[in-house]
Design a protein around this ligand. Structure first.
Ligand SMILES: Nc1ncnc2c1ncn2[C@@H]1O[C@H](COP(=O)(O)OP(=O)(O)OP(=O)(O)O)[C@@H](O)[C@H]1O
Ligand SMILES: [Mg+2]
Length: 256
């Protein structure tokens, strides 16, 4: 467990949002997968800028590289080439331990498939990032309970993840990503399994957290309501990002 709170040992840390620099500046990112001897270039010399507090939606067909890009932006996957600069610091220069510490403090990540620990309760799953960061158990518990209430799971705190429905698991995964009040939430289809009422609740919550604490948001979504709420919409064409205007790619290249 990491009890070390020195602010500068991992480059950018939590709540770096006031530096005046872009929150994320990705330069010339590329990612190629090798499969059965064939190379598939999914991300190809892609550049991307996200300002502090900005909200952006990544939309588009299955297989175009949305999750791949999100994993790279979330530092869960390293690109083959390129720079990933958070608030002025190239996080790809950090070693794996430093990178994990940075990620845990600054980034909330919601996976397309939730990756909860099935034998642990909703509350325990949600407390986990705070405990890993050295937060006292009582505080971690209070923070986890508060965010679980906000995603509508007040009545499910003690249920093991394996005993929750798909949509409930999705909301626990979201609570776990939000409990540390990250600078940025990267979310892969966060309302993909939810009914209209719960989707609306989560959309409202994301926009409130953006307003209240300036949390930036990059969300992969097929949900038109959520796509309409974010400030910019983009898609991936031939491995690069293209800004969308009324659902269509605009002619000029994406701002980098
Ligand atoms: N580990 C891997 N090895 C080989 N190919 C991969 C790997 N991960 C992804 N790919 C390929 O990269 C492409 C992009 O995958 P990705 O998961 O990023 O798509 P996506 O846009 O998120 O799709 P979806 O909307 O279905 O979730 C796909 O063609 C996929 O087969
Ligand atoms: Mg995907």
């Amino acid at each position: 467990m990491d009890n070390d709170h020195r602010p500068d040992d991992t480059g950018p840390g939590t709540h770096t949002a006031n530096s005046g620099l872009p929150l994320i500046q990705a330069n010339g990112i590329s990612k190629t997968y090798n499969h059965s001897g064939a190379c598939i270039t999914v991300i190809d010399n892609l550049s991307f800028r996200l300002d502090c507090k900005e909200t952006i939606g990544i939309v588009g067909a299955s297989g175009i590289g949305k999750s791949t890009l999100l994993h790279i932006l979330g530092t869960l996957d390293r690109p083959d080439a390129g720079q990933l600069v958070y608030s002025g610091k190239d996080v790809l220069l950090l070693d794996d331990t430093q990178l994990a510490r940075f990620r845990n403090r600054a980034i909330g990540f919601v996976f397309q498939f939730h990756h909860l620990l099935p034998e642990f309760s909703a509350l325990e799953n949600t407390m986990m990032p705070a405990l890993i960061n050295g937060t006292e158990k009582k505080t971690a518990r209070a923070e986890a309970e508060a965010i679980l209430v906000r995603v509508g799971l007040k009545e499910r705190l003690g249920h093991r993840a394996a005993e929750l429905s798909g949509g409930e698991q999705q909301r626990v995964a979201l609570a776990r990503a939000l409990v540390q009040q990250p600078d940025i939430l990267l979310a892969d289809e966060p309302t993909g399994n939810l009914d209209r009422g719960n989707s609306d609740r989560i959309h409202r919550l994301l926009m409130e957290l953006n307003e209240e604490m300036g949390m930036a948001l990059v969300v992969v979504t097929h949900n038109p309501e959520l796509a309409a709420l974010v400030s910019r919409r983009v898609t991936i064409l031939n491995g690069r990002l293209h800004e969308l205007n009324n659902g269509l790619p605009v002619a000029s290249s994406f701002k980098g």
